[in-house]
Design a protein around this ligand. Sequence first.
Ligand code: 3MF
Ligand code: MG
Ligand code: MG
Length: 412
Amino acid sequence: MQPVAPNQQRSLVERLTKMCGGAYSPETRRKYFISGPQWAAAYQGQALFYAPTRHPVSFEEVIRQFGHIGIAHWCTHDSDVIPTEALGSDRQSEIVAKIRRTLEENGVKCSMVTTETFYHAVFAAGPAPEAPEVREYAAFRVRNTVDVGHELGAHYAVYWPGSLGYFTQGAIDEMQTLRWYADALNAACDRDIEVARKKGRPTLKHCLEAKPFEPQAEILLPTSDAMLAFIASGALKHPHMVGLNPEYLHELMWGGAPRAALARALLAGKLWHFDINDGYRLKHDVDIAVGLVNPLDWLNVLMLLRSNGFNGPFNLDFKPLRTTSNHGVFAVSFPNAVDRFITLWEIAGEALEDPVIREATAALKAGSGIAPGRDADAIAEANKELLTLHELVPHRLVQLLLGTHRGRVHFS
Ligand code: 3MF
Ligand code: MG
Ligand code: MG
């Protein structure tokens, strides 16, 4: 193949994108409760060992592009757009007004706001450290985020505690730290009750997001299960206002099964918001876009969610690859992530209706009809042939995923 000159590379990407087949229309995409984070779109490709590969992108550009693609919802950290030093000031009000106008002009809604309590040096010892002035500042930040959320019309607030943990143990009192962290959430909920009453709006849904490692070596609330225990611990003043924002990869990172973690959240009535992405078990937080690593697992996850009535928000908390250009972020990365999600969602719906899967799962539940009492060997014998369906069902799911059920036959 001939070398591809820099001025021809975009058109090559565009031509190959077309060759990938169709895309969903922006109208179709808007029907799903999918949100795009400001920080994901503006991510410049940097990391501990990596310099940025992309130039900065303004929030106006992100929102305009989301509107154009058909991503109907936008979400943000308090400090993604508002400089840290302007938080809570008049300048914040001006910026928030500008965000509102931009959202309106582009037909995009703000679904969620979140507080950055991990990046700035003030949180070097975590969001709930010993120093009372830092804790007071953290409380200000979460309260202020609640204000911004109500201003922007959001219904969700997310909290990822980030550096709530340590590199070396000994100096940190875990019990105290957890209670202090609860104090910050209590401050946010109290403020929410007050503002919601004043504005005649419902209170926000406050959603906790766990991650097992990064940025600290040891994390105090490493999993969604730990978060559930924390919500029920008695440390929160308004536990009914607090639920979960699990992240697919965060559950996979510790070696868990995301589908099982989500099932436990559903069982507790706390699955309120969901960060969707992909990656690998027991590796760091690579934040690959949904469905690029584990499409079969994703199909299973979406079957669970569909059959339990969870319809979103699905938040695209991924990082466009460092090798993707600024143009590629909105031309390739976001639209394709949305379309893979919708495709997997629709296949999940198809799988739930599939005659093979329906009959197989119904048969498994029906059992043998024989009642051999307490004779364990006889009970096992009675179900033996039926249980082979445990291998037929996943085979059928792979067929549905690959499209072989639509007529592609075996290769000859
Ligand atoms: C970190 C994350 C975060 C959270 C965000 C929301 C930067 O691994 O997933 O994204 O989702 O802070 O609170
Ligand atoms: Mg992540
Ligand atoms: Mg996340």
